[in-house]
Design a protein around this ligand. Sequence first.
Ligand code: TYC
Length: 102
Amino acid sequence: MTESDSKAVIFDKGQIKQKSPPMYKILLLNDDFTPMEFVIEVLKIFFFMNQEQATRIMLKVHTEGVGVCGVYPSDIASTKVKQVVEFARRNQHPLRCVMEEN
Ligand code: TYC
C-alpha cells in the first residue's frame, strides 16, 4: 500500500479524518474504425449511460479526440478499462480506453 492510498489522516488533537482514495479518470480515445454505435453501446453497458448521455460523450470523443467516461478508484477503473478493451477486441474493433490519475 502506498502513502497516497492511506485511508486516514490523524491531526494534532487526535482527530481522525477519513481521506478519500485517489481517483482515476477513464478516457476513451478516438479512432477512424470503431463504429459510433459500438462506442455508444460501450458507454451504456460499462458506464450505465442512457442513449442521450452516451451519444453526447461519443460525439465529444469523435470530434475532440478524447473524452472522460467516468471517475473511479484505482481497482474499479482498471477493471473497467480491461473489460472495455476486451469487449472491443472480441468484436474486432481497435477502440482504445485508458485510465489517468484525476
Ligand atoms: N471516429 C469513429 C467513427 O467515425 C467513432 C468513434 C468515436 C471511435 C469514439 C472511437 O472512442 C471513439 N466511426
